[in-house]
Design a protein around this ligand. Structure first.
Ligand SMILES: C[S@@+](CC[C@H](N)C(=O)[O-])C[C@H]1O[C@@H](n2cnc3c(N)ncnc32)[C@H](O)[C@@H]1O
Length: 315
């Protein structure tokens, strides 16, 4: 193993995993762990490995073992997110969620990124594993005290619960509000007559809602508040005490919906608020992006399968 070339080590390990059933034996796991031990950039390698293995296997006992083994490479000072991977493994093993890919395999520079969905349900799809890192580094580490995170689009509760865990790890007490109608399409035009009335019997059989509750319960999430309602109408009733710290817009992705979402929450934003857009390749999200750029926001895009974008007002 070339200790000066961590990329080479990643490639070698990837090749072994893809070509052999290495995870099916404890010896195989020991071999992988030994390769990791010899490699130069252990943390990066371990992360790559966990991504590749989760993609290949969709969650198994062996993956968990690998990730447990990763712990011995961790620098105690490091803000590594392997605790999140362990929690995700727990959900995969319990059959609460499944790994899925959007539009086939999406290769980023080094490895395959992947998403999740609730078991037995094709939609909604969560943020990707790589986007967890991006959200941590761009949305959460520097969020000011007292400001909330507002997520439009709970889905099956994955992104909000992951953010909840990360805030705990950062010892931050910011509140997360996550809004969803849990109506299949979320199409505002279709549900407009009902405004925010979501009958309890509808929620009882809604897989996304039930999975969101289960994830919060399994992970002991206390800092996420579920807001049931249809955007934009629900924001007539919403009133945060301080301007929003981060608005994560990941609700309906059709027609004018992202723009409607933004216009409904604009009154809760100030110059320090960040706006994060998911699926920025979608035409509907592009419309909102154009509006935000015309208002003076600067955008930072991150290399992720769903092209997450972080928008800020220049200081
Ligand atoms: C892509 S999913 C969100 C995924 C989630 N952020 C994650 O990464 O785990 C989009 C969600 O937006 C919701 N949605 C769509 N239109 C909406 C609307 N007008 N009001 C409230 N929720 C809506 C859908 O019900 C769906 O659950």
């Amino acid at each position: 193993m070339n200790k000066k070339d961590p990329d080479l080590a990643v490639r070698q390990i990837t090749k072994i995993i893809r070509n052999e059933d290495i995870f099916d034996s404890i010896d195989g796991i020991h071999l992988i762990v030994e390769l990791l031990r010899q490699a130069a950039n252990k943390k990066e390698l371990a992360k790559e490995l966990s991504l590749i293995s989760a993609f290949t296997l969709g969650g198994s006992y062996h993956q968990k073992k690998i990730i447990e083994n990763m712990a011995c490479f961790e620098d105690k000072e490091d803000k590594d997110l392997s605790h999140i991977d362990l929690r995700i493994m727990q959900l995969l093993e319990e059959g609460i969620i499944e790994v899925c890919n959007v539009g086939g395999i999406v290769n980023t520079s080094l490895y395959t990124d992947y998403h999740f969905k609730a078991k037995s349900s094709d939609f909604p799809i969560s943020i990707s594993r790589k986007e967890i890192d991006i959200i941590y580094n761009t949305m959460l580490v520097d969020i000011p005290h007292g400001r909330c995170i507002l997520e439009i689009g709970t889905g099956f509760g994955f992104s909000s619960s992951v953010m909840g865990l990360m805030l705990d790890k950062l010892q931050k007490d910011n509140q997360i509000y996550t809004v969803d109608s849990f109506v299949e399409s979320g199409n505002t035009d279709k549900v407009v007559e009902n405004r925010n009335v979501i009958p309890p019997c509808f929620l009882e059989s809604n897989i996304a809602y039930q999975t969101a509750c289960k994830i919060r319960e399994r992970w002991g999430i206390r800092n996420v508040k579920q807001v049931l309602g249809i955007s934009p109408f629900i924001f007539d009733e919403f009133s945060p005490q301080e301007p929003i710290g981060v608005a994560f817009i990941d609700g309906g992705h059709f027609y004018e919906q992202p723009t409607r979402d933004y216009l409904a929450i604009e009154k809760f934003l100030d110059k320090k608020s960040k706006i994060v857009l998911h699926d920025s390749q979608a035409a509907s999200v592009q419309k909102l992006l154009d509006l935000l750029l015309s208002k003076g926001y600067k955008s930072k895009s991150a290399d992720s399968s769903c092209k997450i974008l972080i928008l800020e007002m220049p200081c």
